[in-house]
Design a binder for this molecule. Structure first.
Ligand SMILES: N[C@@H](CCC(=O)N[C@@H](CS)C(=O)NCC(=O)O)C(=O)O
Length: 251
């Protein structure tokens, strides 16, 4: 069996896995925390990296769920799924063959909207609910980003459409920020931030494009969330994000 050395103690990898997923940054050398986490850890199916073995991959919906678990301080155990060769056990529990999936009360729950809502109901503390009137702020950014990414014609208006959505969001943050619901991060931010992360990496790579400096509230928003401990811990590798969008760019 392979093993990892943490603080001079040799810990079997099998014991360490749930601990790694939920607690390594906070409590790196408490074996008791390993056991506590593995007992109560929530099981979550996530996309596996396509570039590095045994690593979390590049699904923004999965990151949204992981961020929710992190912000609610819930221990979890990630099951990495190779989406290019889905294992039978996964197809049995996932009717659509999609990640994320989270096991709650012995049932596998699909879809990040449903999962985050269920987590909020079962684990209300700390509350992450975004008020309904603010819940759709920024929600057109992802689709306009994909439109621009896929575009082959620089004058087809897709870049302008994205800029228009980003500008509206920047103006919203200026008046209501720093987060969508004001001073505290909430569910809408945890959904949007992974998508902005994909946008930044994919458009930087495929179009040599970046968010204009003039959108300073948006720039700060991205910088703040992308540097949060929970985000750093659950983010995808740049190479995976680039590889993940390649088929869309080439289509
Ligand atoms: N609406 C779903 C979307 C989930 C989704 O599209 N997941 C992608 C990965 S990011 C997936 O599993 N795709 C299946 C595949 O690639 O075969 C959610 O919010 O959870």
């Amino acid at each position: 069996m392979s093993a990892t050395v943490t603080a001079g103690v040799r810990i079997p990898t099998a014991l360490l896995r749930p601990y790694r997923a939920a607690h390594i940054a906070r409590r790196p050398h408490r074996l008791t925390a390993v056991r506590a986490a593995s007992d109560g850890a929530l099981e979550v199916c996530v996309k596996a990296s396509t570039t590095v073995p045994d690593r979390l991959g590049d699904c923004p919906f999965t990151q949204r769920v992981l961020l929710t678990l992190e912000e609610k301080h819930l221990p979890y155990d990630m099951k990495l799924v190779d989406l290019s060769n889905k294992p039978d056990w996964f197809l049995k529990i996932s009717p659509e063959g999609k990640v994320p999936l989270l096991k709650l009360e012995e049932k596998w729950v699909a879809d990040s909207d449903v999962i985050t809502q269920a987590l909020e109901e079962k684990y209300p503390e700390p509350p992450l609910t975004t008020p309904p009137e603010k819940a759709s702020v920024g929600s057109k950014i992802f689709s306009t980003f994909i439109g621009f990414l896929k575009s082959k014609d620089p004058s087809d208006g897709t870049e302008q459409a994205l800029l228009s959505e980003l500008t509206s969001f920047n103006d919203y943050l200026k008046d209501n920020g720093p987060f969508i619901n004001g001073d505290k991060i909430s569910a809408a931010d945890l959904s949007l931030a992974p998508k902005l992360y994909h946008m930044e990496i994919a458009l930087g790579h495929y179009k040599n494009w970046s968010v204009p400096e003039s959108l300073s509230y948006l720039k700060n928003y991205m910088k703040t969330i992308f540097s949060m401990e929970s985000f750093v811990k659950t983010r995808a590798l740049h190479e995976d994000v680039i590889a993940g969008w390649r088929p869309k760019v080439m289509a």
